[in-house]
Design a protein. Sequence first.
Lengths: 320, 154
Amino acid sequence: MSTAISRRFFLKTGVAAAACSVVSSSPVARAANALKEGKPIATLLDISKCIGCEECVYACQESNEEKFPEPVKPFPKMYPGRVPVMDWSEKRDVMDRLTPYNWLFIQHATVEIDGEETALTIPRRCMHCTNPPCVKLCPFGAAQQFDNGISKIDSDICLGGMKCKTVCPWLIPERQTGIGIYLDILPSFVGNGVMYKCDRCYQKIEAGELPACIESCPEDVQTIGPRDEIIKQAHALADKTNGYIYGEHENGGTNTIYVSPVPFDELNKAVAQGPGKPHMKPVKDTMAAANNLTTAMMLAPFAGLFAAFGKFYSMSKKED
Amino acid sequence: MERRTTMSKYMYLITILFLVVTGFSQMPISKRYYIADVPGLAWTAEFFVTHYMHYLFSIILIALAAYFLVYYLLVLRKKTSLTVFGYVRSGLIGGLIATGVLMVIVNLPGTPFPATFIIILDLAHLSLCMTFLGVSLYALLAKRRWLRSPGHGK
């Protein structure tokens, strides 16, 4: 099974595979080529394998510790007064939801499988949408998407306005007040900290390593590879296990594909939801409505042009 | 003729008004600063609504810009010419359309531009808008028209 990750790792393995004349058949080499060609990578999460041990949660925290916020206190007084201060710095050990210090958590669900009550556990984090609204709609470009499909919030640019969270169908990013560039601008009036979320351990990927959550999992819940290959694997797994797929089409497609032994509407009803605890509902493509206007935008200059020529023609006719 | 000019003038003003409102609403300020609490303005805090509206009015602005450009070249240029303020505002609208179109491309699936370029694009679009508003406000107060000859000005 393909578990290749970073460019360096992929390329190294790809070259080795080529030397062994197995390039065309090696999934690792295909994944290497995907990154080389700037294609997105995705992860497949087999929910039936997860035992809820939270190894991935601990590994995520350890791997990303350096990125966690160290806010300056006391926080600036906010105007108007209703602007909420969000401080998680004294609650860093919270692990049952997403926070600025916990970018991955385990969601619990009790469902019925073949007439038997079964406990399922689901690792939840950013879905890394293929066209992420958090990235595309950030008014200052603080959220970015890499060619490999990873979306990341740049903590040096983010003002903490929380628009990324508002437009995220799963409300994933979490805010920490008292840190970031807003402190150097107008801290009481503009911004409110920095938003944090999973960045797929991009620094490990750059170093040729697996993301911490994948590397640490004792049950191999996650598989990573080129998105098209991961989609095929997800369908093969779902066919084999009579399972269900989530993430392939949600919000126009994501780079996180879940395969579950029970339908996702059942799973969605069974998981605890609320702040920092995302749902598993169907999600329409949030960027599609506006993007569908692109053709009209391309035609707009021609409409103006024809109107002007029409007016010119009627005026010329009148003058004649 | 006069009625058409008045209609296109009001169309332009309404388009600019909505573009400015929906454009500034892309920043998370509407809810924070009670704008969305004003009866009838709750929509300004709905990012997908304002985003969609911004696209719609951009389409109208692009069509109007093409219309006025061609009409100026074919008809008006023979009778009059643009003032300095006319040129400045035309340039700023051109810049806003150019950066806006690039931002529309950014919003399509895929990552066609580097992150730094997108930041520059966002800031350029905002700066052009602020400059356009400043110039337009001054032109309004100082009664500076687009065209030299009265009767054709916007």
